[in-house]
Design a protein around this ligand. Structure first.
Ligand SMILES: Cc1cc2nc3c(=O)[nH]c(=O)nc-3n(C[C@H](O)[C@H](O)[C@H](O)COP(=O)(O)OP(=O)(O)OC[C@H]3O[C@@H](n4cnc5c(N)ncnc54)[C@H](O)[C@@H]3O)c2cc1C
Length: 373
């Protein structure tokens, strides 16, 4: 089930089978001047079915939104084998409950998605990459919050730590001077005048806020090398770390400076190394627990650190997952964000779809166990 069944240029939609790998879909539509923006960084291996099931996002979320913004309809096999179709190729629908978007993010707990209709948009004609070297992680977060507050919307706005740039330098040509604590990797896109305007606004603002350096990358191959390295950051980390746990906390963007401070405090108070990296533009700078070696003692301390990060992230008005979903790993924390009433409601929805509880039992909320309250 990995085929592109249709690309309908007149309607700007595509119909695909759920096992289609995302990067293949990107390449195919982009050759036709079309654009499917959702870009989880696992794109060379993940499938559109998995993207829909987890409501995945990526760097382009800041401007273009995530998978949920592009799903128009789907074919679903219900747990008893019945096949239903929800939504369609139309761009709006107001007919009863929105099953399409209930399935989007349902993590395989309600049914199997077999076919998906998605919305396409026109491929932006121009792109430009800007690299900002910041004096500190706090300054980087303040610049991100200010870019958003001024109404400029980059296509991608990623936060990179010194450690991340050190690893990415293996893939970047020429390498960045890796001596700063924090960097921002930004792409603006659109027509030429929009790209020139956004570049001028962002560069001016970074200078005004006294960042250490702003570089507009003119060479397309050099720019592509930055983004390729960014996509490979997680596997690059695994070349030197024994374990990497990427948390998915997302906060309102004005709270990013507080989030950066909070993560540093949790790291200091728990004695667990926690890096930051990722989609700053949409408030989703993943706090990432880094273990050069593993031990039961470190695992225990990490669990404490994860609990602290999530609790404090919620206090900042955030959510415990911006794009990865809850799965098993975060299920014990679900009640902190949703409360018992919403979880009960979700359990009743699951019961209606899957009365025998055969679809991914134990995902989203602990099977037979308790959420932390
Ligand atoms: C290196 C790396 C980078 C990543 N970067 C990102 C990122 O930037 N953004 C992001 O959001 N995520 C990211 N992820 C997480 C993950 O890749 C995404 O969530 C992706 O969308 C999962 O798709 P998959 O095909 O791998 O699904 P799987 O991992 O196979 O499945 C994920 C869940 O969806 C369910 N599922 C899968 N297919 C279907 C289907 N057809 N019908 C019903 N349920 C289904 C599964 O049962 C499971 O619960 C990353 C992961 C890695 C390893």
């Amino acid at each position: 089930m990995n085929q592109i069944l249709e690309i309908d240029q007149r309607n700007m939609t595509a119909t695909v089978e759920a096992g289609l790998v995302l990067s293949r879909f990107h390449r195919t539509v982009e050759k036709m001047g079309l654009f499917y923006p959702p870009d989880p960084q696992s794109m060379s291996v993940c499938t559109l079915g998995g993207n829909v099931a987890t409501r995945a996002g990526g760097p382009r979320g800041v401007k273009y939104g995530t998978t949920g913004n592009y799903v128009l309809g789907m074919e679903i096999v219900l747990p008893d084998g019945t096949v239903i179709n929800s939504g369609g190729k139309f761009v709006k629908q107001s007919v009863g409950y929105d099953i399409t978007h209930l399935m989007t993010g349902s993590e395989g707990t309600l049914g199997v998605i077999t076919r998906i209709n998605v919305r396409l948009i026109a491929l932006p004609p121009e792109h430009r990459t800007i690299v900002v070297t910041c004096e500190s992680p706090e300054q980087a977060a303040e610049i991100v919050a200010e870019i958003i507050a001024r109404g400029t919307v980059p296509a991608m706005l990623e936060y990179l730590s010194q450690g991340a740039v050190g690893l990415m330098n293996n893939m970047i040509s020429p390498p960045l001077a890796g001596d700063a604590d924090a960097y921002l990797l930004i792409e603006v896109d659109g027509n030429r005048s929009q790209v020139d305007y956004d570049t001028a606004v962002i560069s001016g603002l970074c200078k005004e806020m006294k960042s250490r350096d702003v570089r507009v990358i003119e060479d397309e191959r050099e720019a592509a090398s930055y983004w390729r390295a960014r996509s490979n950051l997680y596997p690059l980390m695994l070349t030197i770390m024994e374990r990497v746990i990427s948390e998915d906390l997302t906060v309102p963007r004005s709270m990013l400076p507080e989030m950066v401070r909070m993560v540093q405090e949790v790291s200091a108070s728990t004695g667990v190394g926690i890096g930051l990296g990722g989609h700053a533009g949409d408030g989703n700078i993943h706090p990432t627990i880094l273990h050069f070696q593993t031990s039961p003692e470190l695992d225990e301390k990490s669990q404490v650190a994860i609990g602290e990060l999530l609790k404090k992230g919620l206090e900042l008005g955030g959510t415990i997952s911006g794009e990865h979903g809850i799965g098993i790993h975060k299920s014990e924390f679900l009640a902190w964000e949703l409360g018992e009433v919403q979880i009960e409601l979700m359990k009743r929805i699951k019961q209606a779809f899957d009365p025998l509880n055969i679809m991914n039992p134990g995902k989203i909320w602990p099977e037979g166990g308790e959420c932390r309250c």
